[in-house]
Design a protein. Sequence first.
Length: 165
Amino acid sequence: MVRALGAPRVTIDFDFHPSMTSMAARTALFAADIRSFREPLNRSVREVMIPSIQENFDAEGRPPWQELAEGTISQRGAAHPILQRSGALRRAAIALARWAIDSESAVYIASSGPVAYAAIHQFGGGDIPARPFVGMQPEDEEKIDRVFSTWIGERLVRSGLSGVL
């Protein structure tokens, strides 16, 4: 910059509130607090996916499951409720223990546990049509988005960044 001798000097001061050092510390705290998504994934399974699976059993599928075969109806004595003869499959399907949840994913394990036939009903096989009881509905995606947004908001508050950004 060239300035003439005796020309007035202009000074501009910037004050940051909170200070840049404080913001850097808060940002670091926030970043450390969101390294793992295990908590919101766990919430999503408990608050969204398990109730959705329950709704699938209540509604007999979303979209509706294929009706039972005549032979199955004769054997059971009733056409409904589908997939709920003893309740064992439903109880197993909504168990949190059926989910493998880590820091990056939540995966439903259909082929293990006390009802090994769960995978046959979920995916079909042989003469048994698929009657998927585990699946993501459009409204589930919206609810999971809200779970994650709430979780991020909680971390922003905890780090002191809420209202600053």
